[in-house]
Design a protein around this ligand. Structure first.
Ligand code: URA
Length: 251
């Protein structure tokens, strides 16, 4: 413990404000049964993030705007999902959001309205954000966030997007995230986690911990549609939201 305290003091002296032992990002997600290595300062008893005082930029700083990414997407026909969609669901919310929520793909309501998470799952997502923030006393609401999906067109009959569809659409998601440059990304469900982290790890191995993602912090939580089917998991989703707000607001 003394060695750790010495090491923490050493890094503080170097100008690091917050310190943790970085787990390798995507590799960590794919690694078998990793033991989290998180330094906890003896006084604070909370895991802290090791980032130099000035946080690393997301990707290379993007000079692209969301409008430019949307314009490049155009009336996309790059994958087979285009043939059954009614609208492209690009994303919505604050283009300067500190947090981006990423779902799997639009459902019927989203396809009809051209907006993400507007159906039943969307209403629950709104509650997850707004109610948890309110309970924690932080001023964040859904409208302050940016919300989008891995694939921008509805998969027929709400099937899971296929690998080639996610691979075709993912570059646009990456460009959206780079244009926004959020501090945190919340990935909703295992399919979106697979797309972003490149892992097949089950949800219970992924949720509730931070991953480093190109200079942003990435948290995986349950998809709200899953929570509608299994409301018992809402407690864990609430814990994930608390973790998000603790990070964003240094609580
Ligand atoms: N489910 C998703 O993954 N995304 C939406 O936009 C709506 C439901």
């Amino acid at each position: 413990m003394n060695e750790m305290a010495d090491a923490l003091r050493f890094y503080r002296d170097l100008g690091f404000e917050e310190i943790y032992v970085r787990r390798s990002e995507v590799a960590t997600a794919a690694a078998p049964a990793p033991t989290p290595v998180v330094a906890v300062t003896p006084k604070q008893e909370r895991p802290v993030v090791i980032t130099p005082a000035a946080p690393a930029p997301l990707f290379t700083p993007s000079s692209e705007t969301l409008e430019q990414v949307r314009a490049d997407l155009g009336e996309c026909t790059r994958c087979k999902l285009h043939s059954t969609r009614h609208s492209i669901v690009f994303g919505s919310g604050n283009p300067k959001a500190e947090v981006v929520f990423v779902g799997e793909g639009p459902g019927a309501d989203e396809d009809a309205q051209g907006l993400p998470f507007v159906g039943r799952a969307g209403q629950l997502l709104t509650q997850m954000i707004d109610n948890s923030a309110q309970r924690m006393g932080v001023p964040l609401r859904r409208a302050d966030c940016y919300i989008c999906n891995v694939v921008k067109c509805r998969p027929p009959a709400n099937r899971t997007p296929e690998k080639d569809e996610m691979e075709t659409c993912s570059p646009f998601l990456m460009r959206q995230i780079a244009a926004i440059a959020p501090r945190a990304i919340v990935v909703l469900g295992a399919t979106a986690a697979r797309a972003l982290l490149g892992t097949n790890e089950p949800m219970h191995r992924l949720r509730g911990q931070w991953f480093d993602f190109h200079g942003a912090k990435l948290l995986v939580t349950f998809h709200p549609a899953y929570l509608l089917r299994d409301p018992h998991k809402k407690k864990e989703a609430w814990e994930d939201m608390q973790q998000l707000f603790r990070f964003l607001y240094d609580r």
